[in-house]
Ligand binder design. Structure first.
Ligand SMILES: *Cc1c(COP(=O)(O)O)cnc(C)c1O
Length: 221
């Protein structure tokens, strides 16, 4: 067994069943993805459109692709109909473009709204306050071809696990508020994508349904 398959096997033993593993294959060659595929992995995450498209074309059709990076509005049209989930919707403008392109293509696109929970300035996303207002205003009702399946977030890059835990908990709490208080009628709004190689165990403890793991499977980038 190659190291990719072995790493994947070890990870699967640790991650509770019911939590989906998105194997983040950005910057990694086709052969490593094939190795993970041959070890049974079918769900992969990519963060750049120009890298995702050739991978979709070359690799097996039964792979499910999640888009997890910052998506420029002018590139949306290239990935509509090709991903099973866009996890990184970080603005209302992007949501609008995704909806328009999906309507043109005649497909329903599933997305997560990306929340800004880390203290770093560079992370994209909605603030928790903006998310709350989005759902209080029921702005999702104007979407015709986009379904919001849940929320995604990244914690601060820090050794302070208490801080990481508080950030994940704040997102899980917003998810719960939206589901139980703000929009109890929302359907299929269940996915909470949080946790990467360095912090997924904390994310899972705080309620992640989906973790995005790259370097622990494929090695450092
Ligand atoms: C790269 C990336 C990951 C995976 O990071 P690792 O630390 O390699 O596990 C997860 N989520 C997003 C949004 C990423 O860009």
């Amino acid at each position: 067994m190659g190291s990719t398959a072995l790493n994947l096997e070890l990870l699967r033993q640790e991650v509770p069943s019911g939590v989906e593993i998105v194997a983040v294959s950005k910057f990694k060659p086709m052969e490593m993805i094939r190795e993970a595929y041959n070890a049974g992995q079918r769900l992969f995450g990519e963060s750049r459109v120009q890298e995702l498209i050739p991978k979709i074309e070359e690799l097996p059709d039964d792979i499910e692709w999640h888009f997890i990076g910052h998506l420029q509005t002018n590139k949306v049209k290239y990935i509509i109909g090709k991903t099973s989930l866009i996890e990184s919707v970080d603005s209302e403008r992007l949501l609008e473009v995704i909806d328009n392109e999906s309507r043109k293509e005649g497909v329903i696109t599933k997305v997560l709204l990306q929340a800004h929970i880390a203290s770093e300035e560079t992370k994209f996303g909605f603030s928790l306050e903006e998310l709350k207002e989005y759902f209080i205003g029921r702005k999702f009702e104007k979407l015709t071809n986009t379904h919001i399946s849940g929320l995604m977030g990244m914690a601060s890059l820090t050794e302070d696990s208490g801080k990481v835990r508080r950030e994940f908990a704040s997102l899980a709490d917003m998810m719960r508020k939206i589901k139980t208080e703000i929009c109890p009628d929302l359907r299929d709004f269940d996915e909470l994508s949080m946790g990467m190689s360095g912090d997924w165990p904390i994310a899972v403890e705080e309620g992640a349904t989906m973790i995005r793991v790259g370097s622990s499977i494929f090695g450092d980038r």
